[in-house]
Ligand binder design. Structure first.
Ligand code: NAI
Ligand code: ISE
Length: 337
């Protein structure tokens, strides 16, 4: 029997997730949608020709008797309220990153879930589902390149909205690397420093761009992540792992190579929706499948919480220019890997 989904937030990623749950994935259908912009909710069900009800009150959607599970795809500051409401109703919830905008908010969700006694929350960290990162992890875990010593990474967006601020480079953008790199290395972060290179003339006055985030892990691995959100040329995610005996790189997304007009070329994607399209499909299919099987296994509320603790330290490091310690709490048995 199909899982009935209620979706809160019908903006860019909300529409994408509604489309994939309705047209691509198996085992679920969208029966209810909500957005503070009523017309946006109406437009999405009209354009996808869905038989779904529009709710003007998200809490009524959460409580609706025909809604089995919730997708939270609204703006970050509203996530905590809706995830807590889903837990209070005893309903599973897939929440886009960030789980909550503060570590304290994430902790409230962790506490509510533990009190409920069973995992209900999956966070929308899709990179561990990406074919390229999985292949990279297999190489690292196989021991082929020895112990990882250094990682050189980049997270580049062609451009960002005028409302994008310097701290969003951490909480909105780097948060994906915070999640995926600790998973990749099976290691935790110990310290962070943020340095600002020469600023690009393509960024608005209020935004410091690019920035370089330098982590040290507990095992001593050094990681540099360049976050550059006005790079102009495309959406480009890079990760190179330097090991004791070799180097492994995240594969480029597949694209046709052409030989034409005396040039050899391969196009670069421009949109996160396309770069991670398969990973989004897989993460949500896993959520639907795991619920049918009775146990969630994807990125947990604990992963959302530790990412928020780490991003808080990154923000302090942005402001102080200093090396800031990252003190991650002990993982409870409830969230055993
Ligand atoms: P968006 O601005 O395009 O859409 C957000 C929608 O939520 C808007 O339609 C807005 O009206 C609605 N909304 C805001 N507050 C609400 C509330 N209290 N109740 C009901 N509806 C509300 O934003 P976008 O890009 O879709 O991002 C949404 C979330 O998804 C963010 O947390 C963002 O970080 C995350 N995201 C994750 C991505 C990923 O790669 N995993 C990619 C893009 C976004
Ligand atoms: C956006 O919110 C995302 O989550 C994308 O994956 C990321 O690449 C982008 O920088 C964010 O703004």
């Amino acid at each position: 029997m199909a899982l009935n989904l209620g979706v809160i937030g019908t903006g860019a990623i909300g529409r994408e997730h509604i489309r994939r749950c309705s047209k691509v994935l198996v085992g679920a259908k969208v029966v209810a949608v909500n957005d503070i912009n009523h017309q946006s909710a109406v437009d999405v069900i009209t354009s996808l020709q869905l038989d779904a009800q529009v709710y003007d009150d998200a809490h009524e959607l959460v409580k609706a008797s025909n809604v089995d599970a919730i997708l939270v795809t609204s703006w970050g500051p509203s996530h905590e309220e809706f995830v807590l409401a889903a837990i209070a109703a005893g309903k599973p919830v897939f929440c886009e990153k960030p789980l909550a905008v503060t570590a304290a908010g994430c902790k409230r969700i962790v506490d509510a879930e533990i009190k409920h006694g069973k995992r209900l929350v999956q966070v929308g960290f899709m990179r561990p589902f990406d074919r390229g990162y999985r292949a990279l992890k297999e190489v690292i875990d196989s021991g082929e390149i020895g112990e990882p010593l250094m990682l050189h990474c980049a997270h580049r967006n062609a451009s960002v909205a005028d409302t994008y601020s310097t701290d969003m480079a951490i909480v909105d953008t780097l948060i994906h690397e915070i999640n995926v790199l600790s998973w990749l290395l099976d290691d935790d972060y110990r310290t962070v420093q943020v340095v600002f290179p020469r600023k690009t003339s393509k960024a608005l006055a209020h935004l410091r761009d690019p920035q370089v985030v330098l982590f040290e892990t507990h095992k001593g691995t050094r990681i540099d992540v360049e976050v550059f959100v006005n790079c102009q040329y495309g959406y480009d995610i890079q990760c190179e792992v330097v090991g004791e005996t070799g180097i492994a790189r995240l594969p480029e997304p597949s694209s046709v190579q052409t030989r034409s007009q005396a040039r050899l070329s391969t196009s670069i994607l421009t949109d996160w929706k396309d770069r991670f399209i398969e990973a989004y499909d897989i993460e949500l299919q896993a959520f639907i499948h795991d619920l049918a099987a009775g146990e969630l296994t994807g990125p947990s509320a604990w992963d959302g919480y530790t990412a928020a603790v780490t991003s808080d330290a990154c923000i302090l490091a942005q402001k102080s220019g200093q090396i800031v310690p990252i003190e991650l709490p002990q993982r409870p048995a409830f969230y055993a890997r």
